[in-house]
Design a protein around this ligand. Structure first.
Ligand code: ADP
Length: 396
């Protein structure tokens, strides 16, 4: 069995797979949360949901509680059933370019990158150490959101700031959502029946956080997020790209410091900031379509305009040889109006959606472009946990 873990500073999200004939089959998934507050654990097995209230003073107590309840539910017989644990780690910096076994040296790299991902890497590292104690015989593997993008050429990852900022302080574009982009790239090459190394894609991963990737010959060539996930597209609560002088200007206007202002760009901007209704696309699109709320309409316009602009930029990167544009993650997979408005805003390429296919229910993927479209468009469901599980199997 393989356990996939996505941990934060106060929570551990997990999914347990049994490997049957080399194929992962999901057994249970769940969430241990409120670590160091009180503690709450939910485990889902198919339609059944189990809830527990154990006290978690730290991550190790949460890990032990998860394992205890796995045994109670007879999901595992003992700890040794779990042969590998795959961790999602947000930032691998420029040293980690692929999935790695979490040796002491690689754990040190995760620690060194705390400076670059202060909100994400500490929780992952604490969880890695806790699982290492709780399951000492399992192989620990790290999958990094940044590593897929390490193939970007310098002209796409350098910022036009003093070069010393890059050389001495590692300021560059790293990009995120790499596990999802990796999964979608593999899936798309299967669906398109093309070799991975011949596959050119523009992938729009639109969840609460949102970013796009230009995949050239199966590898990341450019992406929209940057040093941090704040850059690029407009998101649920993040601004995406803005004029950086706004910070200095608003610092004076509002008498706030750089940390408070950056917090506003991360948590009170994007769909929430413009619609003044919600960060959730379902709420914003309902308000726009049903209530004709002008702020919600405006939010939807800004949101889709930015995506269209990046599609055009990435199509140029690919010299027009785009095998497919792929929409994925919560909004990309489900929001009919988002896909429709994005494609409608692209005027210099002939891309046409089939509106009934755009609306149609689907299992894991569906082509939604019409016959006369120059570029194929797909909606494909991403599966980051499955990607991490498959990567972890490779180490065992
Ligand atoms: P996260 O980045 O937290 O993993 P998700 O990929 O789950 O985010 O995406 C969350 C977003 O997906 C929310 O904005 C939510 O409104 C949107 N979403 C989910 N289902 C739908 C739907 N049926 N229609 C429109 N938007 C949806």
């Amino acid at each position: 069995m393989i356990l996939v873990v996505n941990a934060g500073s106060s929570s551990i999200k997990f999914k347990l797979y049994k490997i049957e004939n080399k194929t992962p089959v999901a057994l249970v998934e769940g969430l241990a949360e409120r670590i160091a507050v009180d503690g709450a654990l939910t485990i889902k097995r198919g339609e059944d949901k189990y809830e527990y209230k154990d006290q978690y003073d730290n991550h190790l107590m949460a890990v032990n509680s998860i394992l205890k309840h796995f045994k109670e539910l007879e999901v595992i017989k003992n700890e040794n059933d779990i042969k590998g644990i795959g961790f999602r780690v947000v930032h691998g910096g420029d040293k980690i370019v692929k999935t790695v076994e979490l040796t002491e040296e690689n754990k040190k790299a995760v620690e060194d990158n705390i400076k670059l991902a202060p909100l994400h890497n500490p929780g992952a590292l604490t969880a890695i150490n806790a699982f290492q104690k709780g399951l000492p015989n399992a192989k620990l593997v790290g999958c990094f959101d940044t590593s897929f993008h390490q193939t970007m050429p310098k002209k796409n990852y350098l910022y036009s700031v003093p070069l010393k900022w890059y050389e001495n302080h590692k300021v560059r574009k790293y990009g995120f959502h790499g596990i999802s982009f990796d999964y979608i790239t593999h899936k798309s090459s299967e669906v398109l029946n093309k070799k991975l190394e011949d596959t050119n894609l523009i992938i729009c991963h639109l969840g609460n956080g949102a970013s796009m990737c230009c995949v050239k010959n199966g590898k990341s060539y450019d992406t929209t997020m940057g040093l941090t996930p704040l850059a690029g597209l407009m998101m649920g609560t993040r601004s995406g790209d803005i004029d950086s002088s706004i910070l200095q200007y608003m610092a004076k206007e509002l008498n706030l410091d750089i940390y408070e202002l950056t917090d506003i760009l991360n948590k009170q901007s994007g769909l929430l900031g413009i619609s003044e209704i919600s960060s959730d696309m379902r709420d914003v699109s309902n308000a726009a379509l049903n209530d004709k709320n002008p702020k919600a309409i405006s939010a939807l316009e800004l949101y889709t305009q930015r995506i269209a602009e990046y599609i055009i930029k990435f199509a140029n990167h690919l010299e027009g040889k785009v095998d497919a544009i792929v929409f994925t993650a919560g909004i990309g997979e489900n929001s009919i109006i988002t896909r429709e408005l994005v494609i409608d805003k692209i005027k210099i390429l002939n891309i046409k959606l089939d509106s009934s296919l755009n609306e149609q229910n689907y299992e894991d993927y569906l082509e939604i472009s019409s016959q006369n479209s120059d570029i194929k468009v797909y909606k494909i469901r991403t599966d980051e946990e499955l990607m991490i599980c498959k990567e972890t199997i490779n180490f065992i």
